[in-house]
Design a protein around this ligand. Structure first.
Ligand SMILES: CC(=O)N[C@H]1[C@@H](OP(=O)(O)OP(=O)(O)OC[C@H]2O[C@@H](n3ccc(=O)[nH]c3=O)[C@H](O)[C@@H]2O)O[C@H](CO)[C@H](O)[C@@H]1O
Ligand SMILES: [Mn+2]
Length: 363
């Protein structure tokens, strides 16, 4: 009987089936289309963006989507023409998932600052200064004012158990300090891990309404050179200076299966430091909360990851790749000599007497 069915009938049945399947799919997705998932419709939060160059019409831009459409620049900016042929040849400046690997000489500060300045993001820096670590605040803040995202809006959130030790430091325009009180601790490990807990709580309560980007940083360090908009992305992580030329099986990942931070040998891209990391507020929130929750699971199982939140951070970033990798220029240390590939040191970790400065001593 098959020869009685014409091509048209077959085609009709096929179209009918496709439409029915489409309706079922739409119904079960609550009416959510692919378009909506990538770009949330935004009616309430529109702002005049400028004039369309081709049509001359006034263009409105959705504020909610601003951070996702990153690369516009004003007309008439003066800067060197970029070269297709010339660039850094001594280091790799792209990851194998095609994200930028940022070194001095791989970006033009004029161009990149202009692009990000146009969006004028609010940047939060979360630092902890608990116990004797308040001594590091002054140099960190003063140097930050000289080198960190100069001319951008920055709020330093200082988490401390001693508000009176927060020094008065002159802030640039649009920049301020916000103090958050946290309890003291008897073990440095508890301060270090507690950062994840208190940051999670404070983002929920306060920072979410005040920032677009968030950085987590160690306080025992100073800015020595430009740390600018080239560091901004959805999720940016810094190569740990001690391991950026090390083979993956020698990375100090957590190797015990009992910890949630466990990474098997033969896996791994890079080893990232937990002393400087940043990104879009919500992406950072997710990651900070992840580190907190994983360390809680570990604690219930009576295990603490070998490098605390750094181990959880590395686990996350192995399977959720960062959108920018910042070279070790973004955190070097006064402990170490500076090799030829590190052309500038943007932040340097200070030499400190661990036994003296930490509540329970030790390294
Ligand atoms: C360069 C680098 O990779 N740094 C990591 C390394 O840092 P460090 O060995 O430099 O650890 P650290 O002593 O600086 O502690 C990390 C941070 O916690 C805060 N703090 C710590 C103790 C204290 O009593 N009071 C206080 O406020 C403070 O902001 C400090 O900068 O190891 C730590 C965990 O072991 C973290 O993963 C750091 O990010
Ligand atoms: Mn440190």
């Amino acid at each position: 009987m098959l020869h009685h069915i014409s091509i048209n009938q077959l085609l009709g049945t096929f179209i009918l089936l496709s439409v029915s399947l489409g309706v079922i799919y739409f119904f079960f997705n609550g009416g959510e289309t692919m378009y909506e998932r990538f770009c949330q419709p935004c009616q309430d939060n529109m702002e005049l963006e400028g004039t369309d160059l081709l049509t001359g019409e006034q263009v409105k831009e959705c504020n909610d989507n601003k951070l996702w459409r990153d690369l516009t620049m004003q007309q008439g900016l003066n800067y060197d023409q970029p070269s297709v042929m010339k660039g850094r040849t001594d280091v790799n400046s792209v990851t194998n998932w095609n994200a930028p690997l940022v070194w001095e000489g791989t970006f033009d500060p004029v161009v990149i600052d202009a692009i990000y300045k146009k969006m004028d993001p609010r940047v939060a820096v979360v630092v902890f200064a608990v116990g004797k670590y308040t001594r590091f605040l002054k140099a960190f803040l003063e140097s930050g004012e000289k080198f960190f995202l100069v001319d951008f809006r920055v709020t330093y959130y200082i988490f401390t158990d001693n508000e009176t030790d927060v020094p008065p430091v002159k802030m640039g325009a649009g920049r301020r300090i916000s103090v958050v009180t946290v309890p003291s601790a008897n073990r440095w490990q508890d301060v270090v891990l507690g950062r994840m807990k208190w940051a999670t709580i404070t983002i929920d309560k306060q920072i979410r309404n005040e920032a677009d980007y968030l950085f987590m940083m160690d306080i025992d360090s100073v800015f020595r050179y430009r740390f600018g908009a080239e560091s901004l992305s959805q999720l940016s992580a810094v190569l740990h200076r001690g391991y950026y030329k090390t083979t993956r099986n020698h990375f100090p990942y957590e190797r015990r299966r009992e910890s949630t931070a466990y990474i098997p040998y033969e896996e791994g891209d890079y080893y990232y430091t937990a002393a400087v990391w940043g990104g879009y507020l919500e992406d950072m929130y997710k990651l900070v909360k992840y580190c907190y929750e994983q360390s809680q699971v570990d604690a219930e199982n009576h295990i603490e990851a070998v490098w605390q939140e750094e181990s959880h951070l590395n686990k996350y970033l192995l399977y959720n790749k960062p959108t920018k990798v910042l070279s070790s220029e973004y955190l070097w240390a006064d402990y170490d000599q500076i090799p030829a590939d590190i052309k500038v040191v943007r932040i340097s970790q200070l030499v400190k007497n661990y036994a003296e400065v930490r509540p329970n001593g030790g390294h």
